[in-house]
Write a protein that binds this ligand. Sequence first.
Ligand SMILES: Cc1ncc(C[n+]2csc(CCOP(=O)(O)OP(=O)(O)O)c2C)c(N)n1
Ligand SMILES: [Mg+2]
Length: 740
Amino acid sequence: MATTKTDPKLAASVGSSHKPAGNYEGLSREQLIEFYRFMYMSRRVDDREISLKRQQKIFFQISGAGHEAIGVAAAFTLKAGYDWFFPYYRDRALCLALGATPYEMLLQGVGAAADPSSGGRQMPSHWSYPKLNIVTQSSCTGTQILHAVGCAEVARYAKAHPQAMQKAAGDYREFKEVASHEDEVTYVSLGDGTTSEGEFWESLNIASIRKLPVVFCVQDNEYAISVPVEVQTAGGNISRLVKDFPNFHFEEVDGTDPVASYAAFRRAVSHCRAGDGPAFVHAHVIRQYSHSFSDDEKLYRPEAERQRDTDHDPVHRTQMFLIREGILDANGVNRLEKQVDDDLQIAVDQALNAEPPRPESVTQFVYSPDLDPASSAFESEPAPVNPEHAHNGKKGSAPKTTADMINTVLHDEMKRDERIVMFGEDIADCSREEYLEKRLVKGKGGVFKLTFGLQCEFGSDRVFNSPIAEASIVGRATGMAMRGLKPVVEIQFFDYIWPAMMQMRNELSVIRWRSNNGFSAPCVIRVPIGGYLTGGAIYHSQCGESIFTHIPGLRVVFPSNALDAAGLLRTAIRCDDPVLFLEHKRLYRESYGRAPYLGPDYTVPFGKAKIVQAGSDVSVITYGAVVPRALQAAQKLEREHGIKIELIDLRTLNPFDWETIAASVQKTSRALVAYEDSLSWGYGAEIAARIGSELFEHLDAPVKRVAATDTFVAYQPILEDTILPQTADLYRAMKELAEF
Ligand SMILES: Cc1ncc(C[n+]2csc(CCOP(=O)(O)OP(=O)(O)O)c2C)c(N)n1
Ligand SMILES: [Mg+2]
């Protein structure tokens, strides 16, 4: 809780009654006054914001009215800057009681440059106060719960790996410390409606399995905008549905009662602090106003029902309680309220005069301002091949497949950086460790075996299996990365990345930007991608990289050979941004692109294409599994017709190497963009458009594209061949362009 600020004059009113001190569950009379002060302050900030919105001086309003008591109760049992907080938009009272000020909140309302939560980038009530460990939140219902779970895993890891937590020079660790406390607790809150989200259930499951110190606070106001709880939650009561999750401590409480709320929270927090597992506080609260300023609850709630809520208004109730108990008299209440009102008036006046952000600042903090993965920091001289560098029984001098190479890099990076943790579906060698210890099994290490041997070497707390819940893989990784760990997680197949899309689009990629660099979550998501599998069909052949390159804040890498995979994966791990690392399944064990291992420090900067073969007649711009196919076509064309193709492998898709493309097209005046994904709206569409608009005067032919049909990928090989771009298609297009 924030430090107490009781006015000395007010204190004179304390205890003015002759009543004996009651039992307030350990809360002193002074604390109860503070409790009320924060509740009243929260309500008054809401009311002022509502009037500012009416005057068009702020642009959005959502209130915490009715949720104040449970919020202050939580703050009074937890420690700002020590415990961790993933609040939702109704948690104004919690944030105030933890130490945020009305002025700071109003700065977000007006969208000021000095808004500490987002620098004018997020709506009000989207709390983010790094100093207090209040973590940036989005508008999505439920995404924060997985971050809380990931966050709660950090202290235990830090205890087991104390040396990992120190800052280290030369990579992302230079910019993020892992500060943790052994008995820290993570708070996360959500509404009753949000318990319908899958991410809620994924979070409960993981917190329960791993006995994590998370307090889940469900603030049940019986409505999700206009949808009542019985339509949202089977049986109408979430406590009944979750009661069998193991390791939990459960509380169901009247969240408008300050003392009962405090008692419930104290028990819940002590269960978590003791390391006994998570806790679930189901607080019945009221929604005093409409859902937000944009909603009119009279359209779906009759007068009598709204009056019933008003009768339970926690602010009024707490005020009456203080008077009834003789803790404050009417005079004392008036003085307290006037003090809050006067302070608030000053805060409003100041906020309305605050400077707006500079328009040029919009591009700041999309990516790390500290470490650019495209910079020369990631250029490296390949070390001489070391025949003694054996891994998984293979000598360093032997050419490695892409699969072996990735496994070796993961191994060497884990050795170098103890902050790296890996999880995903089937990625461990064997979850039942005793089978490994007794040498009953060899271990799996991923469906493609890319993580084989890592659990055995680095331990089960660094490499472990996760439930089949893709949102949770990315959401947990985000929570861990925010705290300074480096999760390198795997989504088993690109085809199944979609449940994680919300986490990638609305959370992971935008955390740095929306918090104005207050928080960041650099981590790596490795994903096997692509087709040409002969039988891969619809659900094991997908590409779709352009959907992710369309997301600002996310780096996207797509190597075509073992050496690039090694250098780029290392850069991905060491850099300070979130990276989607796409690994083409067909290339994993291909003889094309095998290479010897170039040492544990070989890195390749992002945004630097490779000219696979130089030529003067046509520029072919491609990446991934189309590279070897285009190379074959180019070689045949040269053999048969003397046409010289310049073949460019982009290697990374965000950032991408425009300079190399432009220089090549200026030289050849002809461009073919080729990609495996379906043609329309694919990644090459952007490249083709850029060439068309920026290099028009250099072109002697229209920009051509070769890609898959605008269908899905079919199972029968004849269909698969028809759908995916083949060497013959590339050959034909190159020839047509050269002859245009
Ligand atoms: C994923 C997602 N879906 C829909 C919305 C729109 N939305 C915002 S708040 C809300 C209702 C949430 O209800 P509840 O969880 O009960 O919280 P309350 O507002 O009642 O406190 C909805 C549907 C959203 N923000 N995010
Ligand atoms: Mg609700």
